[in-house]
Design a binder for this molecule. Structure first.
Ligand SMILES: NC(=O)c1ccc[n+]([C@@H]2O[C@H](COP(=O)([O-])OP(=O)(O)OC[C@H]3O[C@@H](n4cnc5c(N)ncnc54)[C@H](O)[C@@H]3O)[C@@H](O)[C@H]2O)c1
Length: 273
């Protein structure tokens, strides 16, 4: 169907995980894609693979917390492909050396808070700030933000990360409210646990299993699950969706907190159904 044919998209955090999957899927649907990441060689590789498969993609090395670099990233889309229709702001500071110090509030180093907010929140603000003018000049566009279930519900530790993901939900509403009448839609997606390479190498298996017990689906998420949703939200089929957050979490946010414990208890005390 290639429903994004003729569209130009930027995906940040696209060197790996969810961003790489989204870049590939947007290109499959016909979009020309700027593959943006602070990891320049990683962005080169993803863009190269898309191009080798017959898609249109260019890499951009960018730190999303730096205004000049974000402006240059948007210029790349305009210069290479003639404009901008879709921005997927998805980059996040997930370095375990920083997130490992993202503790309970009383023990939180304010520098860790600032570093997380700089990428996860300021980065999204800068993306929208520089993407909106070229979108307006084409009569509109779509901005999709990657939030998280941890933006809807809090978690053990990771105070800064979960607060940044909650703030993205508010920022999404602000963009949608301010620019909706001019043709710009803004939507957030809130993934549950998605099995990216970074996550599988950093999360102990028992913690992953605990998380799986709280998802309602038989499996955890895959990067392509999120990419397919972003592709739909970027398309005209989603023309009436804006200002909201779409959970894509295998039901993680759908049930009462005691679900997994209760299920385990019932299964060990009753005959299987
Ligand atoms: N994997 C999950 O379970 C999960 C769940 C909910 C939300 N998310 C969110 O999904 C998004 C993608 O995460 P992922 O799981 O694919 O992880 P990932 O580590 O594979 O991708 C994150 C990317 O962001 C890039 N990045 C980091 N700092 C940057 C900066 N300053 N400028 C530009 N790029 C930068 C990294 O280089 C990396 O390529 C993040 O926003 C994350 O918070 C992930």
């Amino acid at each position: 169907m290639r429903e994004l044919r003729g569209k130009v998209a930027i995906v940040t955090g696209a060197a790996s995980g969810i961003g790489a999957a989204t870049a590939r899927i947007l290109a499959r649907e016909g979009a020309a894609v700027v593959v943006a990441d602070i990891n320049g060689p990683g962005a080169d590789e993803v863009a190269g693979k898309i191009a080798a498969g017959g898609g249109r993609a260019v890499p951009a090395a960018v730190d999303v917390g730096e205004p000049d670099q974000v402006a240059a990233m948007v210029d790349t889309a305009v210069r290479e492909f003639g404009g901008l229709d879709v921005l997927h702001s998805n980059a996040s500071l997930l370095d375990p050396r920083v997130l490992g110090r993202d503790l309970e509030i009383a023990d939180l180093d304010p520098d860790v808070w600032d570093r997380v907010m700089r990428v996860n929140l300021r980065g999204y603000m800068l993306g929208a700030k520089y993407a909106i003018p070229p979108m307006l000049s084409r009569g509109g566009g779509v901005i999709v933000h990657t939030s998280s279930v941890t933006g809807l519900q809090s978690e053990y530790r990771r105070s800064a990360y979960s607060t940044s993901k909650a703030a993205i939900i508010g920022f999404t509403r602000a963009v949608a409210t301010q620019y909706g009448k001019e043709g710009i839609r803004c939507v957030a997606v809130a993934p549950g646990l998605v099995l990216t390479e970074g996550l599988t190498s950093n999360m102990p298996a028992p913690v992953r299993d605990m998380s799986l017990a709280h998802h309602l689906t038989p499996r955890l998420g895959e990067p392509d699950d999120i990419g397919e949703l972003v592709s739909f939200l970027a398309s005209d089929r989603a023309a009436f969706i804006t200002g909201c957050t779409v959970p894509i979490d295998g039901g993680l946010s759908a049930h009462v907190a005691a679900y997994a414990d209760e299920r385990r208890f019932m299964e060990s005390h009753t005959a299987p159904r």
